[in-house]
Design a binder for this molecule. Structure first.
Ligand code: RFL
Ligand code: PHB
Length: 393
C-alpha cells in the first residue's frame, strides 16, 4: 500500500472540487483531488451555461477568469415566451445593475484544470474503489486504487465534491442524514449545435406541448432544450424531429429565425430537487451536487456549488491559517440556508413553465394567470430577477 498525507483530500474533480482546490492552493493550503473519470470525460460533459455574479467573482479570486472575461457574454436580461408573446425580464433595471455571465461549465472546468496544471496541483484521474475512513474518530483517511496500486491518504479534512452519484454522501452512516427529494415526471432533451443562437438573450418558453429553452455558449454555438417524458431516449430523436418540436413550442417570430444544423451533442437529463442535511459529518464536508440537486430551470446548480465553495474555502483557510474553526462549524447551516432558497426558486420556475401530465384545466389557467401576473407586476418581476442573478452569499 502506498501511503501519503495532505491537509484536504477532495473527492471529485468537477467544478466544485477543482475550484476549491485552486482557492485553497492559492492560500497555501495543500490539497489532493481524486477523480474517477479521465480529464477528457469530465470535459466532454455539456452542462451549465449561466454564471451568477458570485461565481464570476470566485473565478476571478481563483485567478482563472482571463478567458471568461474575454469570451463570456454579460446578459442584462432574458425572455419568457408564453401565449405567443415574448416578454422580457430586465435584470439590470430590476436589480440595480446586476447581470449574469453566459460562459459554459465545460470552459470553466477547462480553465480550472489549466490553472491546476500551471500551479503543479495534483488531480489523480481514474481512481477506483474510493473509501472514506475514520470520519468521526480520529485519523481520517481515504483508501483508493490508482494505476493498479492500493493507496492510503491521511488528511485533516475530506471534502465530498463527487456529485449526486458519488461515494461521499453514501459514506455517512444511515440515520445521520435527512434527505429531501422531489422527482419531476419529465426530463430535458438538450442539443448543442454549431449554429447562430436565435437571439442574443436566453428564451424560456411555456407552451401547451411542453417547455423549451433557447440558450447559447457563444455567437456560433447554440444550446437548446425541450421538455420530454422520462420514457424518451435521446437517440430516438433525429435532429430534424428535435428542430421541428422546438419550433412548435416558440412564438412564430422566433421559430422562423432558428438556424438549424447537425447536433454535436444530444442527451436527456432528468429533473430533480434534492437536499441532504447536514452537509458535514465529522471530518467530511459535502459540497455541490453531492449535497443538493436543483432542476435546471433557474440555472442554479453550478451556482449553488459555487456558494458552498465560497463558505467552505473561507472556513478551511481560517482553520489552517488562523486556527479558527468558526467558519467550518457554521458551514452546513450557512450553506443550507442559501441552498433552500435556490431550491424554492428552481422549483417555482419549473412549475411556472412546464407541463405536468396530471394538470387539470384549472391548473393550466392558474399557470397562465401566474405568468400574466408576473408581467403586470413590477414587484413580481423584481422577485424573479433578484433570484435569477443570485441571492447574496
Ligand atoms: P459534478 O460536476 O457532478 O462533478 C463531480 C465529479 O466527481 C466525480 N466522481 C468521483 N470521483 C472520485 N470517486 C468517486 N467515487 C466519484 N464519483 C463521482 C465525477 O466523475 C465528477 O467529475 O458536481 P459538482 O462539481 O458539484 O458540480 C455541479 C454542477 O456540475 C451542476 O450543478 C450543474 O451542471 C447543474 N446545471 C446548471 N447549473 C447552473 O448553475 N447553471 C446552468 O445553466 C445549469 N444548467 C445543469 C444545467 C445541469 C445539467 N445536467 C446535465 C444535469 C444543464 C443541465 C442539462
Ligand atoms: C444552458 O445553457 O445549458 C442552460 C441555460 C439556462 C438554464 C439551464 C441551462 O436555466
Amino acid at each position: 500500500m502506498k501511503t501519503d498525507s495532505t491537509q484536504v483530500v477532495i473527492i471529485g474533480g468537477g467544478p466544485s472540487g477543482l475550484l476549491l482546490s485552486q482557492l485553497l492552493h492559492r492560500a497555501g493550503v495543500e490539497t489532493l483531488v481524486l477523480e474517477r473519470q479521465s480529464r477528457a470525460h469530465v470535459l466532454g460533459r455539456i452542462r451549465a451555461g449561466v454564471l451568477e455574479t458570485g461565481l464570476v467573482g470566485l473565478l476571478r479570486k481563483a485567478g482563472v477568469s482571463a478567458r471568461m472575461d474575454q469570451q463570456g457574454a454579460v446578459h442584462h436580461g432574458f425572455h419568457i415566451a408564453h401565449q405567443g408573446r415574448l416578454d422580457r425580464i430586465d435584470l439590470d433595471a430590476r436589480t440595480d445593475g446586476q447581470s449574469v455571465m453566459v460562459y459554459g461549465q465545460t470552459e470553466v472546468t477547462r480553465d480550472l484544470y489549466d490553472a491546476r496544471d500551471r500551479m503543479g496541483g495534483v488531480v489523480l484521474h481514474g481512481v477506483e474503489d474510493v473509501r472514506l475512513c475514520n470520519l468521526t474518530n480520529g485519523q481520517p483517511h481515504v483508501l483508493f486504487r490508482h494505476a493498479g496500486a492500493a493507496h492510503r491518504v491521511d488528511a485533516t479534512f475530506i471534502v465530498g465534491a463527487d456529485g449526486f452519484h458519488g461515494v461521499s454522501r453514501k459514506s455517512i452512516p444511515e440515520g445521520v442524514l435527512r434527505e429531501y427529494e422531489k422527482l419531476y415526471p419529465f426530463g430535458w432533451l438538450g442539443v448543442l449545435s454549431e449554429t447562430r443562437p436565435v437571439q442574443s438573450e436566453l428564451i424560456y418558453a411555456r407552451h401547451d406541448r411542453g417547455f423549451a429553452l433557447c440558450s447559447m455558449r457563444n455567437p456560433k454555438l447554440s444550446r437548446y432544450y425541450i421538455q420530454v417524458p422520462l420514457s424518451e431516449r435521446a437517440d430516438a430523436w433525429s435532429d430534424a424531429a428535435f428542430w421541428e418540436e422546438l419550433r412548435r413550442r416558440l412564438p412564430e417570430g422566433v421559430a422562423d429565425q432558428i438556424e438549424t444544423g447537425p447536433s454535436i451533442e444530444k442527451s436527456i437529463a432528468p429533473l430533480r430537487s434534492f437536499v441532504a442535511e447536514p452537509m458535514r459529518y465529522g471530518a467530511l464536508f459535502l459540497a455541490g451536487d453531492a449535497a443538493h440537486i436543483v432542476p435546471p430551470t433557474g440555472a442554479k446548480g453550478l451556482n449553488l456549488a459555487a456558494s458552498d465553495i465560497h463558505y467552505l474555502h473561507q472556513g478551511l483557510i481560517d482553520y489552517f491559517l488562523q486556527n479558527d474553526s468558526t467558519g467550518l462549524d457554521g458551514y452546513s447551516e450557512r450553506a443550507l440556508a442559501r441552498v433552500w432558497k435556490a431550491e424554492r426558486f428552481s422549483w417555482w420556475m419549473t412549475c411556472l413553465l412546464h407541463q405536468f401530465p396530471d394538470m387539470s384545466p384549472a391548473d393550466l389557467r392558474l399557470q397562465q394567470a401566474e405568468l400574466d401576473y408576473l408581467f403586470s407586476s413590477d414587484a413580481a418581476q423584481t422577485v424573479l430577477a433578484e433570484n435569477y442573478v443570485g441571492l447574496p452569499y
